[in-house]
Design a protein around this ligand. Structure first.
Ligand SMILES: Nc1ncnc2c1ncn2[C@@H]1O[C@H](COP(=O)(O)OP(=O)(O)O)[C@@H](O)[C@H]1O
Ligand SMILES: [Mg+2]
Length: 296
């Protein structure tokens, strides 16, 4: 974990979020994030990851509890006070890139934020070139977003956030529905954002990407509370924790009357393949294998 330096970026204490006065999405979240941390929010479907990212992005305010971000009360940011500065510094990449890409070309989408800032043309151009370069999609600048593959769309959506040069990048399930090669290309690009000094907070339920992109893992349980907050090695090595948070499941087998069990990733089928159609087995029973992480 990064040594805490300077003021925290985010400080949440007892934060609850309730949709429509009845659907509890977050139920008492305590979380402090410092500049430069690489955090994964790890949780099963419905554990509140996207809601937490929307809070961190200043789109919604807590129903109760205290939350400060970049030294501001988040409720005032949501009301527009300090919002301009806030949204230059914090950028959210939505799970669905089609929400982020709405222009005729990728370049137009990437230029949109800088143009909104009223920057001179040369600065807009420089930021677009930088953002497209970071996502290695300069060659796609003049393509229409609907002509892109899933992975290319994802990279374009991230570039459209990077062109604002945010210090904090929030990513919602960036690798969902990508084939393995595309996924690992993206994971490495995300890792580089962190290496470049940005604070990166990624929501996912995919265990295999965690060691590559995180120095800290916050586990959200199905009760929408924080179950663990520690290093990737500590969290991924804790099989009981992962089972309890529905991130792997215990699979019982009977062979010739002998019963045994081993954990599967939650989206993994019985034949040992995970749910991403890549033909590569999911999590192994030996949880310690995760401490080393996949090849970089
Ligand atoms: N717009 C919404 N209206 C009502 N309930 C919602 C809405 N969005 C999410 N929820 C509920 O809040 C809980 C947390 O959802 P979410 O933050 O999307 O979790 P995750 O991203 O981890 O899947 C879930 O029970 C979900 O059904
Ligand atoms: Mg979500």
């Amino acid at each position: 974990m990064t040594d805490p330096v300077g003021e925290p970026i985010f400080e949440l204490a007892g934060v609850r979020y309730v949709y429509n006065d009845r659907q509890v999405a977050l139920d008492g979240i305590d979380l402090v994030v410092h500049p430069g941390e690489q955090v994964v929010l790890l949780g099963a479907n419905g554990s509140g990851k996207s809601t937490l990212l929307k809070l961190l992005d200043g789109i919604i305010a807590p129903s109760s509890g205290r939350m400060r971000a970049l030294g501001l009360e988040i409720a005032s940011v949501v009301d527009g006070i300090g919002a301009f500065r806030f949204h230059r510094q914090v950028g959210l990449v939505f799970q669905d890139p089609d929400i982020q890409l709405f222009s005729a070309t990728v370049l137009d989408d990437v230029a949109f934020g800088p143009l909104q800032l009223g920057l001179p043309a040369a600065d807009v151009e420089a930021r677009c070139d930088e953002a497209l370069g970071m996502m290695e999609i300069r060659h796609l600048a003049n393509r229409a977003p609907f002509e892109l593959s899933g992975g290319e769309k994802k990279r374009a959506a991230i570039a459209s956030v990077l062109s604002l040069r945010p210090d904090v990048i929030l990513l919602d399930e960036p690798t969902a529905a990508l084939d393995p090669r595309t996924k690992w290309v993206l994971v490495n690009l995300i890792r580089r954002l962190g290496e470049a000094g940005r604070t990166v907070i990624t929501a996912t339920h995919e265990l295999d990407i965690v060691p590559v992109i995180a120095d800290r893992v916050v586990v959200l349980g199905e009760d929408r509370r924080v179950h663990a907050d520690g290093t990737p090695a500590a969290v991924l090595g804790n099989r009981d924790l992962l089972i309890a948070a529905n991130l792997i499941h215990e699979h019982l087998h009977e062979h010739g009357g002998v019963r045994h069990s081993h954990p599967h990733a939650t989206d993994e089928s019985h034949d040992g393949l995970d749910g991403d159609d890549d033909g590569i087995p999911g999590i192994t029973p030996d949880a310690t294998a995760w401490t080393a992480g996949p090849p970089r």
